[in-house]
Design a protein around this ligand. Structure first.
Ligand code: AMP
Ligand code: MG
Length: 325
């Protein structure tokens, strides 16, 4: 079996995934940087990744019952992300490629979220709703590129949840804690949709102000979710309508949220479309998606000089040359 090793290191997760060139998922090992204080300090994240990288690689190889000799291709996350942690992945991938004489491919992490979603959900041409810590984007493939149809004008939804949670002392990551506490009643928060774009900064400010005046955490968590998710459903639906697409694929760490999935599923059902939620293990950051994206680019003929391999911390999804579609 032809195998690719994918190395993820854009942000809090260091991951090593192994997939076959046919799209079988063989191993998915990862270690996540977590802190009670909340927030990601780039140098601390990079140190974490340095500490765990050998162990995570060994875990993946052991789970796959292979050695580096059985790996045909190495893929790493070249973009976008925190420079110090991207560099850990790049240097690790370069060292492995040199030591074991393997070809190397650099993948865009955001595109990899989309393509692993397509693989796992067998989606053909969906509108993608990508909701992670830093990102909130509605994306679709049109005119040979992944186009951002709408996005947040300020913070990503996951980061907004994380900031709210940190400010009121719930710790990091905030999203899962907010989901558990979202059992209150609705208090009105700013519903901010501007064309195809959304904004979450006003909602965060208002929710924190409510917190200071004694509104319960349950009410605030519930209201943050209801308001933010309704905004996302609105722009996702508009993108599907305008582009005449009949699938919606939800990805990114916030895709773990059940209420968000249910709301989007209802919206899709109402318009005769299919909703795909990427299973938890593959909706957040992991190495499998980097491995699969590497396979797509390599099979399409892409080649990279190991010494020329780089990181591109700010590369946007619409800058990626899509050679494989
Ligand atoms: P990612 O950047 O794709 O790894 O996603 C991480 C983000 O997802 C963090 O901001 C988390 O707070 C958020 N997240 C994780 N699980 C949930 C959940 N169940 N509900 C809402 N947000 C979540
Ligand atoms: Mg991500």
């Amino acid at each position: 079996m032809r195998l690719c090793l994918g190395i993820e290191s854009t942000a809090h997760t260091f991951g090593c995934g192994i997939v076959s060139f046919d799209g079988d998922i063989i191993a998915n090992a990862k270690a996540q940087f977590v802190t009670d204080k909340g927030g990601l300090i780039p140098s601390e994240v990079a140190r974490h990744h340095e500490e765990v990288k050998e162990r995570v690689l060994k875990q993946a190889l052991d789970a796959a019952k292979v050695t580096m000799a059985d790996i045909e291709l190495i893929s790493y996350s070249a973009a976008p992300g925190l420079s110090p942690s991207l560099l850990v992945g790049l240097k690790f991938a370069q060292a492995l490629a040199n030591e074991h004489k393997k070809p190397l491919i650099g993948a865009n992490h955001s595109v990899a979220h989309l393509t692993i979603g397509d693989l796992i959900c067998k989606a053909k041409d969906p509108v993608y709703l990508y909701v992670s810590g830093p990102n909130t984007q509605v994306i679709a493939f049109a005119g040979k590129k992944y186009r951002i149809m709408g996005e947040t004008l300020d913070v990503g939804l996951g980061n907004m949840f994380d900031k709210f949670a940190r400010e009121i002392g719930l710790g990091f990551p905030g999203g899962p804690k907010i989901e558990k506490l979202a059992i209150g009643k609705y208090v009105e928060l700013p519903y901010s949709v501007k064309g195809m774009d959304v904004s979450f900064a006003g909602m965060l400010t208002k929710a924190l102000r409510f917190h200071k005046t004694g509104v319960s955490t349950d009410d605030l968590c519930y209201s943050l979710q209801e308001t933010a998710f309704a905004m996302l459903a609105e722009i996702a639906e508009r993108a599907m309508a305008h582009l005449d697409k009949f699938e919606l694929l939800l990805i990114g760490g916030v895709a773990a949220n059940k209420r968000l999935g249910n709301m989007l599923d209802d919206m899709c059902k109402a318009r005769g479309a299919k909703f795909h939620a990427v299973p938890l293990e593959f909706s957040g950051d992991q190495g499998v998606m980097i491995a699969w994206q590497g396979v797509l680019q390599y099979v399409a003929g892409e080649r990279l000089d190991v010494e020329q391999a780089n990181i591109r911390p700010y590369e946007r999804i619409d800058e990626v040359n899509v050679s494989w579609r």
